[in-house]
Design a protein around this ligand. Structure first.
Ligand code: SDX
Length: 381
């Protein structure tokens, strides 16, 4: 009836709360982290400094950055309990399910012996736990890929910073500076994006006074979906399916005829292009040059040009990041875990902010089922 509040499916266009962490602006097609343009951060900062910025609101002093680097190094090695939990899973388990399991083990250990209320912690303790988790995730992602390739675990190296060490633990070789830079940029670009589905999931879990690891496990579940983080994995599957640039028009005819979603394109908020794409595309271009993969660049450009021309739908961050991770030699199912290793900083900044807000998130629904007055007496058996 007229007086009932309007149903807003998918909460599209609904401003659910305020945040001081990031500003996604489709009008100017821009993204700010605590007020700084993301492309400037990606061009000048190590990812560790951006993690600090998201958690604390300002870029770190030299001492603060050194302190975070020490904590991150302290938690880099894969712990026996996490390794045992992953080894319980078949190597065919999805890497996002491995990661979700690892966070579950880490979280259970962190708050063992505490009641739910005691485990809820305050924003400062949440940030401390989050810095430890930030340090621990790369080893889990690296171990998962090596396990699937039948390779031995590679121990972390304290002489390497976050991004270089992540690549070292995954491939067991000293990464080239151009690869480290591209990886570092991807981490910064993936770190935070206001109330996207996985971040909002983390806030909903936090709003009941649950703990930060429970919120991250839930967020990983949300990010796995191909409409969200899982899209970067799907972009490479699409490229493999198309094969080469000249096959794009025909492939797109069929895909659009069967109403397929073309992964890596479109966005709920950005409608004229994703503000992060130019920076990630520039990083991809350096990798295409480094690895001599003009064929991949041609396929990338052909699909983008054709799809934009036909549907007026633009690439999102997953479109350039998929091929970039592929060129770095990450297995396709490992791509979304890389997104987690970055987004865990944004998720946990929102957890701390939600804790300070301390307001249960619980929307209404409109019932459209039957009205039945009487329960029938039990049928004669
Ligand atoms: C991320 O929210 C965030 O900020 C997320 C993220 C972050 O940093 O956290 O940016 C990360 O998740 C990026 C998005 C990755 N997902 C994909 O690449 C999957 C493919 N994209 C689509 O599923 C879609 O674009 C969404 C889900 C991302 C957004 O869709 P909306 O805003 O809900 O809009 P819609 O799905 O209703 O699309 C509007 C129209 C539809 O056509 P009609 O049914 O009205 O005729 O555009 C079409 C859609 O079919 N459309 C697409 C399309 N995206 C939109 N058609 C084909 N392929 C696409 N990719």
């Amino acid at each position: 009836s007229g007086d009932q509040p309007e149903v807003r499916k998918g909460l599209a266009g609904v401003v659910a709360d305020v945040t001081a962490i990031s500003k996604v602006d489709p009008e100017t097609n821009s993204l700010l982290y605590r007020g700084y343009p993301v492309q400037d951060l990606a061009a000048t900062q190590p990812f560790e400094a951006v993690a600090w910025l998201l958690w604390h609101g300002d870029l770190p002093t030299a001492d603060e950055l050194a302190g975070l680097r020490a904590v991150e190094r302290e938690h880099r090695a894969l712990t026996d309990d996490v390794r045992a939990a992953i080894d319980l899973l078949p190597t065919s388990a999805h890497p996002m399910d491995e990661l979700r399991t690892a966070v579950s083990v880490i979280g259970a250990r962190e708050v063992a012996g505490l009641s739910a209320l005691e485990a809820a912690a305050d924003p400062d303790e949440t940030v401390a736990r989050s810095a430890r988790l930030f340090g621990a995730l790369p080893a889990v992602v690296a171990y998962g890929q090596r396990r699937r390739r039948g390779l031995e675990l590679v121990e972390p190296r304290d002489d390497l910073d976050f991004s270089a060490n992540f690549l070292w633990m995954t491939f067991g070789t000293e990464p080239a500076p151009v690869v480290v830079d591209a990886f570092n940029r991807s981490m910064i670009l993936y770190a935070e994006h206001s109330f996207n589905a996985s971040t909002f999931t983390a806030r909903v879990v936090t709003s009941t006074l649950s703990d930060v690891h429970s919120a991250v496990v839930a967020a990983i579940g949300a990010l796995k979906g191909p409409l969200h983080g899982g899209a970067n994995e799907a972009v490479m599957d699409t490229f493999a399916e198309i094969g080469s640039a000249d096959a794009v028009p025909g492939w797109l005819d069929d895909a659009l005829a069967s109403k397929r979603k073309i992964m890596g394109f479109g966005h709920r908020v950005y409608k004229r292009g994703d503000s992060r794409v130019p920076t990630m595309k520039a990083a991809l271009d350096t990798l295409v040059e480094h690895y001599g993969r003009a064929d991949l660049a041609a396929l990338y450009d052909a699909l983008e040009a054709e799809f934009v021309e036909r549907k007026g739908i633009y690439p999102n961050l997953d479109y350039p990041s998929g091929p970039a991770y592929h060129l770095m030699d990450f297995d396709t199912p490992t791509f979304t875990p890389l997104f987690v290793a970055a987004r865990v900083t944004g998720w946990t900044a929102h957890v701390a902010e939600q804790q300070a807000a301390n307001a249960l998130i619980r929307p209404l629904s409109r019932y459209v089922g039957p009205e039945r007055r009487e329960v029938p007496t039990a049928a004669e058996s």
